[in-house]
Design a protein. Structure first.
Length: 368
């Protein structure tokens, strides 16, 4: 009994010590603001209310003046959506309680760092049933490197989102046999959400203190899982300059929710745990002169998001989840430095690599 009790205490202490985000690696402090936009032109298909219009919640991380603003909560609307997170079936009650104690280095409503007039913009679409703030470690690192990162919470596709008077709870996994129809429609809805947000950003009246600081001539998009496939499909939008899919693969591989895909014509990166590619997908990569595939063989699919770092651990030492976040931050930041800031490919050299990385820059076969 004493041994079991001691193990329980050690596990609790080790876990509490890791209930925080790793510090960002860039030179800027990080600010955080939230907003919600409603598209008057689109109905909300997940409700039976004719007057409901499609809304998108935005969480934006940005370079900030150090010391301004207030300490940011990890999940800004947690008091409102806590019951919805549990009802979604994706987050347990104990996990929701733990989210209240996650340390976050970002500052809410901080002043925008004035050393640059504008900053490149990155849109972030989260994984299925996963709120976008569960990618804070990655988003805050990118913001500290001088990007404005706009995360999209897609209602009824993430665990829980606060709307006007209700909480939109994840609509559930598609029934067996129906995924081939439902999942592509959900990806299409995400792409429409992304297009709508881009429309609003062009009006420059959507993000309050950030209005006027967005460099809309340099826009990238990234996402994880379903969000990664949505990012690849959204890359067809002429306003987007580069796209990155983190371990998202559906019927069209990392490029599309439907079979027989076309690869994006923009610079594209696939960050994944999968070491092998189907020959048809390999041919699509090979045909792109500006495609990159980065493989982290040790990773599990959920380790590209924050919650894997918060799992109970017996010892206060780093786990594979910590290593995956570290290498992901380095690879994603290097890709967008390369594609949006014209950094040479050597920007991928010397990255912190506590986990193995395999990097493929296409075409692999030199052309004559």
């Amino acid at each position: 009994m004493v041994t079991i009790l001691g193990l329980a205490v050690a596990t609790t202490v080790s876990t509490v010590l890791h209930l925080h985000l790793p510090p960002p690696t860039g030179s800027f402090a990080v600010g955080k603001v939230t907003a919600r936009l409603t598209d008057p032109a689109r109905l909300e298909p997940a409700t039976a209310v004719p007057a409901d219009r499609r809304s998108v919640r935005l969480v934006t991380w940005y370079p900030a003046v150090a010391g301004t603003g207030e300490p940011a909560a990890y999940l800004a609307d947690l008091d409102v959506i806590a019951d919805g997170l549990v009802a979604s079936g994706e987050v347990g009650a104990l996990e929701v309680a733990g989210l209240r104690f996650v340390g976050d280095p970002a500052r809410a409503d901080a002043d925008v760092e004035p050393s640059q007039a504008t900053y490149p913009v990155l849109l972030l679409s989260p994984g299925n049933a996963t709120n976008v703030e569960f990618y804070s470690a990655l988003a805050e690192d990118l913001a500290s490197r001088g990007f404005i990162v706009i995360g999209l919470d897609h209602p009824f596709q993430v665990a829980a989102v606060a709307l006007d008077a209700d909480v939109a709870i994840y609509a559930g996994d598609p029934p067996l046999g129906a995924a081939s129809d439902i999942t592509p429609m959900r990806i299409d809805q995400r792409v429409a959400d992304i297009g709508f947000v881009l429309d609003q950003l062009e009006d420059d009246r959507s993000l309050g203190r950030l209005d006027g600081h967005l460099d809309l001539t340099r826009i990238g998009i990234l996402g994880h899982s379903n969000g990664g496939v949505a990012a690849a499909q959204a890359c067809a939008d002429s306003r987007i300059d580069a796209c990155l899919n983190i371990d998202g693969q559906l019927a069209g591989g990392p490029f599309s929710a439907r079979p027989n895909p076309s690869a994006p014509t923009k610079p594209f990166m696939y960050l994944t745990k999968e070491a092998e590619l189907h020959p048809s997908l390999a041919a699509l990569f090979e045909a792109r002169p500006d495609a990159i595939r980065a493989v982290v063989p040790q990773a599990a699919h959920d380790e590209f998001a924050d919650p894997a770092m918060f799992r109970p651990r017996v010892l206060p030492t780093a786990t594979t989840a910590d290593a995956v976040i570290t290498v992901s931050r380095g690879l994603v930041g290097a890709f967008f430095d390369h594609t949006l800031r014209d950094a040479p490919l050597t920007v991928f050299q010397g990255l912190a690599a506590p986990a193995d990385i395999e990097l493929f820059v296409y075409p692999l076969t030199p052309r004559r």
